[in-house]
Ligand binder design. Structure first.
Ligand code: NAD
Ligand code: UDP
Ligand code: UDP
Length: 331
């Protein structure tokens, strides 16, 4: 196989895994919607570092200015406070569409960004989610699996919103010829993650630091696969630059029960941290683990940072933010 990625040096023949400078297009104009958020802000750092011009579009619903403040004053960086539910006129080469609250507005925002991509002929990348698989009946999940989502469940707004966003993305691709890319992101953690939005990794880390018990929902035997944010950003960039539409699972296949995760947090932060069981939420997926064969083969991508390596990198950021020595937005 001699794919575009291999020619660019993205394949297994490239031991550093870095995008080779000089071979890529230079000075792209790139929009990152949701760029003040957790994943978006790390992506922005990478794009700015490689010399592109980045426009962040964010309404600060969950994102924070602190996450991107270190780029203020850089002529290659622009921050626009804007809700993507409203139309937006810009001239750009690529759109990384990350903006998404857990509500149906992600459908309208996605429609607008696809309209923008169609008008200016830019490439569009959707950050979809492993939640499109719902409570999966196939394990691990391959991209060919259609999923098992309860359309009227408590979680369905997010799941079905992303499923619709994928549908719209493919319709604009087929109907209007927009160049699109779809990433299905599995649970991701790292510095700058929201502290209080209830995700399990941020909860456990914050609880252990605050000397509170770790709250395990249900029996704690449900599984997730946790990916460090730098691995995800590398995958998103390879997907955007490559020639394949996807969808691609981007996640770390290392699978942990919530009790095992609690143990890793104990080892990393506080061996004496207590565990407290709480009732689980309705429709909670029992298992989740990506099959990343497709991304490995076609994008030359696989995660590099294990949970035990990545967790400490997040802990130091959380420590600073929780105990407030005013250093926000660390990497
Ligand atoms: P995040 O909440 O930190 O980032 C989302 C950003 O979008 C925030 O800065 C928020 O202010 C902004 N935003 C929300 N609604 C907006 C709107 N209407 N207009 C403009 N900006 C808006 O979340 P994240 O973890 O960085 O997630 C980024 C993307 O990746 C999302 O699309 C999410 O669904 C997807 N994803 C993330 C994970 C994960 O584990 N972190 C897993 C699967 C999928
Ligand atoms: N849109 C936008 N910016 C643009 C072009 C379109 O926000 O540069 C929005 C537009 O307002 C519309 C959506 O994207 O709500 C879909 O646009 P499209 O042209 O595909 O659909 P139409 O307007 O023809 O229904
Ligand atoms: N969870 C938990 N304790 C918490 C928060 C979440 O045990 O304090 C569980 C939750 O029930 C789910 C898993 O951790 O089974 C992952 O939850 P999260 O919201 O982080 O991700 P998602 O369910 O979206 O994959």
């Amino acid at each position: 196989k001699f794919s575009y990625q291999h020619r660019l040096g993205f394949g297994s023949g490239n031991p550093t895994g870095k995008i080779p400078l000089g071979l890529k297009r230079k000075g792209l104009r790139i929009v990152v919607t949701g760029g003040a958020g957790f994943v978006g802000s790390h992506l922005v750092d990478r794009l700015i570092a490689r010399g592109d011009s980045v426009i962040v579009v964010d309404n600060f619903f969950t994102g924070r200015k602190e996450n991107v403040m270190h780029h203020f004053g850089n002529p290659n960086f622009e921050l626009i406070r804007h809700d993507v539910v409203e139309p937006l006129l810009l001239e750009v080469d690529q759109i990384y569409h990350l903006a998404c609250p857990a509500s149906p507005t992600n459908v309208v925002g996605t429609l607008n960004m696809l309209g923008l991509a169609k008008r200016v002929g830019s490439r569009f990348l959707l950050t979809s989610t492993s939640e499109v698989y719902g409570d999966p009946l196939q394990h691990p999940q391959k991209e060919t699996y259609w999923g098992n989502v309860n359309p009227i469940g408590v979680r369905s707004c997010y799941d079905e919103g992303k499923r619709t966003a994928e549908t719209l993305t493919m319709d604009y691709h087929r109907g209007a010829g927009v160049e699109v890319r779809i990433a299905r992101i599995f649970n991701t953690y790292g510095p700058r993650m929201c502290i209080d939005d209830g995700r399990v990794v941020s909860n456990f880390v914050a609880q252990a630091l605050r000397k509170e018990p770790l709250t395990v929902y249900g029996d704690g035997k449900q599984t997730r696969s946790f990916q460090y944010v730098s691995d995800l950003v590398e995958g998103l960039m390879r997907l955007m630059e490559g020639e394949h539409v996807g969808p691609f699972n981007l996640g770390n296949p290392g699978e942990f029960t919530m009790l095992e995760l609690a143990e890793v947090v104990q080892e990393t932060i506080d061996p004496n941290a207590k565990i407290e069981f709480r009732p689980n939420t309705e429709d909670d997926p029992h298992k989740r683990k990506p099959d990343i064969g497709r991304a490995k083969e076609l994008l030359g991508w696989e995660p590099k940072v294990s949970l035990r390596k990545g967790l400490p990198l997040m802990v130091s950021d959380f420590r600073q933010r929780i105990f407030g020595d005013h250093k926000e937005g660390g990497t």
